[in-house]
Design a protein. Structure first.
Length: 254
């Protein structure tokens, strides 16, 4: 599964957490992913920034690129968003709430083909249409929809199970233009093994029947202060999900 849009992923790959950069500071990140989808393997790259604008609020901007079924790298979408920590820091609660919202401006599917103009023959047109169809790869829907322009929102619940164990849950909603809303979940656990190294497990999926569900394990290493390298591998849990996935990423806070 390709990363769901608008998650800032500083503590996880697939989930939002409640942490907001200090006002005036920036969190920059990049994530590379490979998905084994049978005949339609795909590569993707996401890059983005999160800017603290208020003590408990931040703005984000994420851009996504994809190479599906060996068709070559293409721009896929850009997603501006807002992130809010709803729990005042002075309360010192073990449970925190957050909210994120964004809008995914997606590249129009098939635009290049439909704008390609006149064909010399019906056979040539059919052949080009066939190549175009093959290049589309696996179609993602529900909360994993990367092909449509849509609104996405997440309600975030975060809890410290122990001083070194973090639990995060996301309630996810997407509303594609002209289509019905889709709902899903995300849940993750992250364990700090030493001050600069953590491991985690996370899962994400659709509430709808015949949806996608994936679980991944990951490791996070803070190589120097404020610079984190991360890597993870996952498997799909349903026939609609990718068979397997591998992700690497970097997080830099400055």
């Amino acid at each position: 599964m390709l990363p769901a849009a608008a998650h800032h992923g500083q503590d996880f790959f697939l989930l939002d957490d409640t942490r907001i950069p200090t006002q005036g500071h920036v969190l920059a990140l990049g994530t590379f992913a490979f998905e084994d989808e049978g005949e339609d393997d795909s590569l993707s790259y996401s890059t983005g920034v999160l800017l603290g604008v208020l003590p408990r609020a931040a703005l984000s901007l994420q851009a996504d690129f994809i190479d599906e079924a060996g068709a070559g790298w293409e721009y896929r979408s850009v997603t501006p968003g807002f992130h809010f920590d709803l729990t005042p820091a002075d309360l010192k609660l073990p449970i925190r709430l957050g909210l994120s919202a964004g809008y995914q401006f997606a590249e129009t599917p098939g635009k290049e083909y439909h704008d390609s103009g006149h064909h010399d023959s019906a056979g040539e047109a059919e052949e080009e249409a066939g190549h175009h169809h093959e290049a589309e790869g696996h179609e993602h829907s529900g909360i994993h929809n990367h092909d449509d322009s849509l609104f996405i929102g997440r309600l975030v619940l975060e809890a410290d199970l122990t001083p070194s164990t973090l639990l995060v849950a996301n309630l996810i909603s997407v509303l594609p233009d002209g289509k019905s809303a889709a709902w899903g979940y995300g849940i993750g656990l992250r364990q700090k093994l030493r001050p600069d190294f953590s491991v985690g497990v996370e899962a994400i999926g659709d509430f709808a029947s015949h949806g996608e569900h994936e679980i991944i394990g990951a490791a996070y290493w803070e190589v120097i202060p404020h610079l984190i390298l991360k890597a993870g591998a996952g498997i799909g849990l349903t026939s609609e999900s990718p068979d397997a996935s591998f992700r690497t990423g970097i997080v830099w806070i400055f």
